[in-house]
Design a protein around this ligand. Structure first.
Ligand code: P6P
Length: 342
């Protein structure tokens, strides 16, 4: 490649430059949200490095304790949790954090911080040791409590519609940060040699319909009848069954290609498995901004009133037409079960 050819190559738009440009779209933006997004990106770079070295260091494998969910923590769960909390605390914009790895609200001490962050620091971490993609999921809210004090439960129990930003990082064949501030969805790919995220997927939109369904069919016998019916329809239609066991990876593929991810309520998980505050709400905000839909089978995810930090909900998310078909099958079944046989 000649110098001229090399210099002709566009460097691309870094995440920093993109955030600054977008901030100009918000004349009253004070830059605090921009700084918060940078803090998340910094932590993502550090976690990415830890994940990539896990096989070569003693940082892989189980940590030997369980989290508040009763799930076995992996060492990287603990590392990611500490890294994101530290980055958000040091950034100064966040007054409190809700984390999958912590039972209670984490007060950062930034009592003048205007924001709350709900985060799953490392989702799907049981896949780390087998080199399957994993992810971080985050939601950002403005605090509703008075500045000058600790974050409160009222700050945490805001509906998903109140999010000011949300996103995920996928640590996969490449590492990407995908986020929205309510004006569309944009994806940035991490260039490790430069230590920068570059805009690689501008204005992501999800196809209205796809031919990929993501569900753990091992639980089929315990699914609600309407979900069983939908899975049978996917099989008849020869859709592709793609289930990685890592929500961020399954969601990211379906976002780009079209498809649906289903985690229904079952006997084992009567309220479903996924958590509203730091998994479902963030992805629901993203998918709606990309033109898709997210439901608990009866309600729009973003409209659900939270009442518990780690509350779970059934989760159907992806291409609008596919989610709506699942909802209609669930409602139809619900009506049939409630309608007395004449
Ligand atoms: P199951 C990972 O633990 C997770 O929260 C999601 O990332 C993933 O989609 C799901 O649970 C897998 O759950 O019950 O199918 O193993």
């Amino acid at each position: 490649m000649t110098i001229k050819e090399n210099l002709a190559l566009p460097v691309g738009t870094t995440l920093d430059r993109f955030i600054m440009r977008k901030q100009e779209d918000f004349p009253f933006a004070t830059g605090e949200l921009s700084q918060l997004l940078r803090d998340i990106a910094l932590a993502a770079k550090i976690v990415n490095r830890a994940i990539n070295h896990a096989g070569l260091t003693d940082i892989g494998g189980a940590y030997g304790k369980q989290n508040v969910q009763g799930e076995d923590q992996q060492k990287l769960d603990v590392v990611a949790n500490i890294r994101f909390i530290r980055a958000l605390r040091n950034g100064g914009e966040v007054c409190a954090i809700i984390s999958e790895e912590e039972e209670e609200i984490i007060q950062t001490g930034n009592q003048k911080g205007r924001y709350i962050v709900a985060i799953d620091p490392l989702d799907g971490s049981s896949n780390i040791d087998v080199n399957v993609s994993i992810g971080t999921i985050f939601s950002i809210y403005r605090r509703v409590s008075e500045m000058g004090g600790d974050g409160t439960l009222a700050d945490c129990f805001q509906k998903g519609t109140e999010q000011v930003a949300a996103g995920y990082i996928i640590y996969g064949s490449s590492t990407m940060l995908v986020y929205t501030t309510g004006n569309g969805v944009n994806g940035f790919t991490y260039e490790t040699s430069l230590g920068e995220f570059f805009l690689s997927h501008p204005n992501i939109t999800i196809p209205a319909k796809g031919e990929i369904y993501s569900v753990n069919e091992g639980g089929y016998n315990h699914f609600p009848e309407g979900v069983k019916k939908y899975v049978e329809l996917c099989r008849v239609r020869n859709y592709s069954a793609r289930y990685i066991g890592s929500l961020v990876a399954d969601f990211h593929r379906n976002l780009l290609k079209g498809g649906i991810y289903l985690y229904p309520n079952t006997q084992k998980s009567p309220l479903g498995k996924l958590r509203l505050l730091y998994e479902c709400n963030a992805l629901a905000f993203l998918v709606e901004q990309a033109g898709g839909k997210a439901s608990d089978g009866m309600r729009r995810i973003l409209d659900i009133e939270p009442f518990e930090l780690h509350q779970r909900c059934p989760f159907y998310i992806g291409s609008t037409e596919m989610v709506e078909e699942v909802e209609s099958l669930l409602v139809a079944r619900e009506v049939r079960e409630r309608t007395p046989v004449a």
